[in-house]
Structures are given as C-alpha cells and as structure tokens.
Design a protein around this ligand. Structure first.
Ligand SMILES: CC(C)(COP(=O)(O)OP(=O)(O)OC[C@H]1O[C@@H](n2cnc3c(N)ncnc32)[C@H](O)[C@@H]1OP(=O)(O)O)[C@@H](O)C(=O)NCCC(=O)NCCS
Length: 171
C-alpha cells in the first residue's frame, strides 16, 4: 500500500449502517458487483441480483436485522464499502464484503474485515467463514491474504468456502 494511501485511510471511518445509508450502499454495491462479476455473470443476471438482494426493502431488513450487523466504510460523507456478518445457521459468517472499485487496494477491505473480526471476537467466535465465487480471483486473493484457508469440502457449486481461525480453543 502506498504511503499516500495509508495516510488517506485515516479519513476512512467504519461505523454501523443507518437507514439513510441505503441509497449509497446500493450505489457502491452496483459498481462493485459490475467490476467484480462482469466477466463471470451476464449483465441481466447482475441487474436481477442487485434488484433483489439490494432492494430498498431487503437492505432495510439487513440494516435493522437483530441477527446480523451491517457496517459501512465512510470517507468525506461517501459510503465507499460495506460488510454484513452474523449467524444464519452454519456458524459465524461474513455474509458480504464490498468496496467501491474506485477505492480498491487502499486497505478499506482490510479495515472492514478487522472490524468484523473484533466484533466476532467480542462474541466469542473462534472462527468464521464466508464464500467467494471460484472465478472471483480478486476476492479469493483478498481472503487468502487476510489469513483465510479454502475449505474445499464445504464448497457449493461455484462458491468456494473460506474459513479463518481467530483463536485456538484450549479443548
Ligand atoms: C475483495 C475486496 C473487498 C478487497 O477490498 P480492498 O479494499 O480493495 O482490499 P485491500 O486494499 O484492503 O487489500 C488487502 C489485501 O488484499 C489483497 N488484494 C486486494 N486486491 C487485490 C488484487 N486486485 N489482486 C491481488 N491481491 C489483492 C492484497 O494482498 C491486499 O494487500 P496489499 O494491497 O497491501 O498488497 C474488493 O476488491 C471488492 O469489493 N471486490 C468485489 C467484491 C468481492 O469480491 N467481495 C469478496 C467476495 S464476496
């Protein structure tokens, strides 16, 4: 990471998402999805997915959700990334992590992940997992660089299961 970017990172604040962030989350998701998956999925599929998973009602439920936490990365009043994590039946899980492509490779993804992990640690989680599309090389490299391991036996179709240990339980 360049020194200039490391300095600029101090301007990035990670906080819990609010309802009035939803439009900005939708914009960041749209740009990030197209940049990350444009070579994997057809434009119609991406548009359909965004319309459903990132609809205003879906995001309202996600931001208000009691069983998960939704974080945003904000700089100069702009939402430049977000992460959602929690538990939905398969153990502690990072549901999604996206950074606006204009801000890729500035350490924002790593910062978001650190906040996720601090909160998982407070909850007592020893490890957590997430999934990443097998052809999303940037996403895969990001997770590998952050200490995740690929757990092949838990892969589903095109999704790799990635797991990270936060601490080793004594027994
Ligand atoms: C994956 C993603 C969240 C990373 O966010 P980011 O803010 O760009 O990542 P960071 O700047 O914190 O990078 C941390 C490390 O990850 C690795 N990394 C990140 N982008 C990379 C790339 N394009 N190529 C190789 N390694 C990369 C590097 O090791 C990097 O450390 P370094 O810059 O000091 O070398 C971002 O690319 C993104 O939003 N992608 C689309 C969505 C996605 O794939 N989400 C995860 C799977 S669902």
């Amino acid at each position: 990471m360049a020194e200039r970017d490391a300095e600029a990172l101090s301007d990035v604040r990670i906080r819990t998402a609010r309802m009035d962030d939803i439009t900005a989350i939708q914009a960041a998701a749209s740009e990030s999805w197209r940049a990350a998956y444009g070579h994997i999925f057809a434009p119609g599929f991406i548009a359909g997915f965004l319309n459903s998973a990132y609809s205003t009602s879906a995001l309202r439920a996600a931001v208000a959700g009691r069983r998960s936490t939704f974080l945003v990365a904000e700089t100069n009043g702009d939402i430049v990334g977000f992460a959602q994590f929690g538990e939905r039946g398969r153990g502690p899980e990072l549901f999604r992590l996206y950074v606006h492509p204009r801000h890729w490779r500035r350490g924002i993804g790593r910062r978001l992940l650190s906040h996720v992990e601090m909160q998982f640690l407070v909850l007592g989680a020893a490890r957590y997992f997430c999934t990443v599309h097998k052809d999303n090389v940037i996403g895969r490299n990001f997770y590998l660089s952050q200490g995740f391991a690929h757990v092949g036996e838990r892969d589903t179709r095109d999704e790799w299961c990635m797991r990270k240990a936060l601490w080793i339980p004594e027994n």
